[in-house]
Design a protein around this ligand. Structure first.
Ligand SMILES: Cc1cc2nc3c(=O)[nH]c(=O)nc-3n(C[C@H](O)[C@H](O)[C@H](O)COP(=O)(O)OP(=O)(O)OC[C@H]3O[C@@H](n4cnc5c(N)ncnc54)[C@H](O)[C@@H]3O)c2cc1C
Length: 383
């Protein structure tokens, strides 16, 4: 190994950029060389997407240019990773980029929407995954919002993403006095959250005139969501926000993965010698509850730096430190001025919770994108 180890970070999402920020001091002092490989030249602020879909955010507020936010001493390689060779270690990328050998690797390739085998999802609904789909969905939703006749939008998935998309869209419809009807479909509203939070979210959605249909989806047909219990919900636009699975590059690379496709890492986030993982694509067991932690931005922002620091220790022959995720709580938006959740064990709701969520999002934009990104977000917030 050279005196200046060469580290590659696969993925420039929440975990990847957080890992880079942890290593930044070493890069600046010239003791580490870092390359970041990402499928495109943007960092996507996923938690901002519900507002973008409702027409409130512009593309520049949700997709930050990586070249603008990364310092000059880091090389960005825009390429699609096809597989991971943990024995090298090395990344194998599509096209002319080919194989990128390195001294240490951090895998943060995130997740993709999962259809859970439900027939017709791919053909008849729009998932929150690829940017092209997201941009097309926004266009479609804006046409629905501004259409003269009453249009129906069905959002499938009662988790955080589905709730936030339905709420932001319905709030925008109220604001614009649109005839849009928003229906949220799922087995429950935030079913994995405590009862009180479920009830607060349900009340917030009712205030925004979001209809809720409880049930499991059996199939999605053109213009129709068919529930296992029989009823059919008709909608011109169907959004699939029912869940994710880890990036399939991991299983295609022959790595050991769980039922969600997440690679299993040891308590140090190590997948193999000098290969570490973080974010949605890695199964992390909470050492307190002994249960896997949920794939969230919060988890990615904690596991990214932990993976970075442990890779550094590994390269320097130092003892690794186990990763202990801290549950700082969770917040779900119910439109721009309402939210519910818990922060540090305290229930928060209403305008205070919404303001807190906004501050967290602004802080992330500032951390990764500096003042330029923060200014963009503040301009949007002022509208
Ligand atoms: C609509 C929506 C709203 C959300 N809201 C919240 C929220 O309010 N709070 C919260 O905590 N979490 C939220 N989440 C979840 C959160 O965004 C994710 O848990 C988080 O982004 C995971 O970070 P990550 O770095 O693992 O993956 P990502 O942030 O998805 O980053 C993965 C990166 O890898 C790149 N990549 C993927 N495949 C390849 C490849 N083959 N080659 C090269 N690069 C590749 C991608 O381009 C991307 O830059 C939301 C998710 C969605 C979809």
């Amino acid at each position: 190994m050279s005196t200046r180890p060469h580290v590659v970070i696969a993925g420039a999402g929440y975990a990847g950029l957080a890992a880079f920020l942890a290593l930044r001091g070493q890069v600046e002092s010239g003791s580490l060389q870092v390359e970041i490989v990402n499928a495109d030249d943007r960092h996507l602020l996923l938690p901002e997407l519900p507002l973008f879909l409702a027409g409130k955010n512009g593309e520049d507020q949700v997709r930050l240019h990586l070249k603008r936010i990364l310092p000059k001493d880091v090389r960005l390689i825009v390429a699609r990773v096809e597989s991971i060779d943990v024995s090298g270690p090395a990344l194998v990328c599509h096209g002319t980029t080919g194989r990128i050998p390195c001294d240490g690797l951090i895998v943060t390739l995130g997740s993709i929407p999962s259809d859970f085998g439900v027939p017709g999802v791919k053909e008849n609904s729009i998932p929150i995954g690829r940017w092209d789909d997201i941009a097309a969905l926004r266009q479609q939703l804006l046409e629905d919002l501004h259409g003269k006749s009453g249009r129906n939008v069905a959002v499938i998935g009662g988790g955080f993403t589905g709730v936030e998309i339905a709420a932001d869209l319905a709030e925008q419809a109220q604001r614009e006095q649109s005839h849009l009807i928003v229906t949220l479909i799922g087995p429950g509203i935030l079913p994995s959250m405590p009862d009180e939070m479920q009830q607060r979210a349900a009340a917030g959605l009712r205030q925004l005139d979001v209809r809720f249909v409880s049930g499991r989806v059996r199939a999605v047909e053109p213009g129709k969501v068919c529930l296992a219990s029989g009823p059919v919900v008709e909608a011109e636009t169907i959004v699939w926000a029912a869940g994710v699975q880890a990036n399939p590059v991991l299983s295609h690379s022959g790595l050991r993965v769980n039922h969600r496709g997440q690679v299993t890492a040891d308590p140090f986030l190590r997948i193999a010698p000098r290969v570490f993982g973080a974010g949605d694509c890695v199964q992390v067991i909470d050492t307190k509850t002994h249960r896997p932690i949920a794939p969230t931005a919060q988890a990615a922002l904690q596991s990214g730096p932990a993976a970075g620091w442990n890779l550094l220790r590994d390269l320097q022959g130092q003892e690794l430190l186990p990763f202990h995720p801290k549950d700082r709580g969770f917040l779900v938006s119910l439109g721009r001025h309402n939210a519910t959740g818990t922060v540090s064990g305290h229930n928060v709701q209403g305008g205070d919770a919404a303001a807190l969520k906004r501050v967290i999002e602004l802080y992330h934009a500032f951390q990764v994108g500096g003042l330029h990104a923060l200014a963009h977000q503040l301009v949007q917030a002022a509208h």
